[in-house]
Design a protein around this ligand. Structure first.
Ligand code: XUL
Ligand code: CO
Length: 439
């Protein structure tokens, strides 16, 4: 085995906005204190194993284009070990504090579940060794319940209870391995939990199955003492036509219906999933915060002209600055972070492109953090929103919210006090101008 697949890449350093090298951070200065906290601790950025180390560039129109020398030689387990070594070499040269994985990204499927689990246990030891050596931590683990043909009609929502059972066994193992590796969260994305056609689908039954599945996972989390939250990742469609975890609001309702709204579950919001659901990314994060369900973020972006989950690296400073301001206002991440669930384009086949992509992604988030700090330090934007709702803090508004008035009493007040509300401008353009000035 060669020493490094990335030997031509020096560890990425902070070089300031005018850095000469294209592979330097211009804004991400991990120890810089922003609002009393190190940048690294604010952003908690993670590399995703699957897009960057497992995917070879295959898409539905063509085969793999990527040079991924770690996928080449030996049997499946030898390749898994080589891939892990390459990934940790990448994480540490990049300076990413966290990574994330699916069980099948890091360890192959064996001839039986027992063999598969034994291999995953062995690979967990390999990962633990790399984590100890490099200091890179696990933001979250998850189980791949969508690639194998057994899951073509869903995992928990499958018409066949044996598939449900297989998925349950797989999640049990993935959750335990995540715990063993000190993972700070466990993610459940409903890979194929949805339907292709209602002609063959009993929706009520499938939702009940999914509710049962999530209850079982929560029970096991408590049984083994896994401390992190379970994060459900909403997505409206793709690969299925409709997925039950459509968006943050749909998952919120699901958690309430199935007795799961008790703090065990939060949301992992993904930018491109938000736009597939017809929302902005900011909307989904804002909803999650408002519902007390904000957990973590899968950072990427879609393409307005391509209607699918393109999972591109983020690059919109304006959007991300407002997002960071919202997250900071809500107190920041606790166990969550920014995971780059993002992939390089098929023409970016060179391993070096993985660095360009992640350096850019980390830098745009750091830059956005600095802009968000300016937004909050100046305070005009939050103050304007606050002022807009001032009427609810005392007098009539307060009494309504405090349940002091019935509908009839409110109506009486309108007539007796001659209430005649005057329109007030929403000042949208003024606010848009204000935001531009912080960039
Ligand atoms: C798929 C997706 C997944 C989840 C983890 O769109 O985002 O990679 O993040 O299963
Ligand atoms: Co994701």
């Amino acid at each position: 085995m060669q020493d490094s697949f990335f030997s031509t890449i020096e560890p990425i350093r902070y070089g300031g906005p005018d850095a000469a090298s294209v592979l330097a951070f211009r804004y991400y200065d991990k120890d810089r204190i922003v609002r009393g906290k190190r940048m690294e601790d604010h952003l908690r950025m993670a590399v995703a194993f699957w897009h960057s180390f497992a995917w070879d560039g295959t898409d539905m129109f063509g085969s793999g284009t990527f040079q991924r020398p770690w996928q080449g030689a030996g049997d499946a387990l030898a390749r898994a070990k080589l891939k892990a070594a390459a990934a940790f070499d990448f994480f540490s040269r990049l300076g990413a504090p966290f990574y994330c994985f699916h069980d099948r990204d890091v360890s192959p499927e064996g001839g039986s579940l027992a063999e598969t689990n034994k291999w995953l246990d062995g690979m967990a030891d390999v990962l633990a060794g790399h984590m100890q050596r490099t200091g890179v931590k696990l933001l979250w683990g998850t189980a791949n319940l969508f690639s194998h043909p057994r899951y073509m009609a869903g995992a928990a929502t499958n018409p066949d209870p044996e598939v449900f059972a297989f998925a349950a066994a797989q999640v049990k193992q993935a959750l335990e391995v995540t715990q063993r590796l000190g993972g700070e969260n466990y993610v459940l994305w409903g890979g194929r939990e949805g339907y292709e056609t209602l002609l063959n689908t009993d929706m009520k039954r499938e939702l009940d199955q999914l509710g049962r599945f999530m209850n079982l996972v929560a029970e096991h989390k408590h049984k083994i003492g896994f401390r992190g939250p379970l994060l459900i990742e909403p997505k409206p469609r793709e690969p299925t036509k409709h997925q039950y975890d459509y968006d943050a609001a749909a998952v919120d309702a699901f958690l309430q219906r199935y007795g799961l709204a008790n703090g065990d579950f939060r949301l992992n919001i993904e930018a491109n999933h938000a736009t597939l659901a017809g929302h902005t990314f900011e909307h989904e994060v804002t909803y999650a915060i408002a519902a007390g369900l904000f957990g973590s973020i899968d950072m990427n972006r879609g393409d307005t002209l391509l209607g699918w989950d393109t999972d591109q690296f983020p690059n919109d400073l304006g959007e991300l600055s407002l997002l960071l301001a919202r997250i900071l206002q809500a107190g920041g991440f606790s166990t969550g972070g920014f995971n780059f669930d993002a992939k390089v384009r098929r023409q970016s086949f060179d391993p070096e492109d993985l660095f360009h992509a992640h350096v850019g992604g980390m830098d745009i988030l750091a830059h956005a953090l600095l802009v968000a700090d300016r937004i909050l330090a100046d305070g005009k934007l939050p103050a304007l929103v606050d002022a807009r709702y001032a009427g609810w803090k005392q007098g009539l508004g307060r009494e309504i919210l405090d349940r002091k008035l019935s509908l009839a009493q409110i109506a009486d007040q309108v007539t007796s006090r001659n209430i005649d509300p005057k329109p007030r401008s929403g000042r949208q353009e003024m606010l848009e101008n204000l935001v531009t000035r912080y960039l």
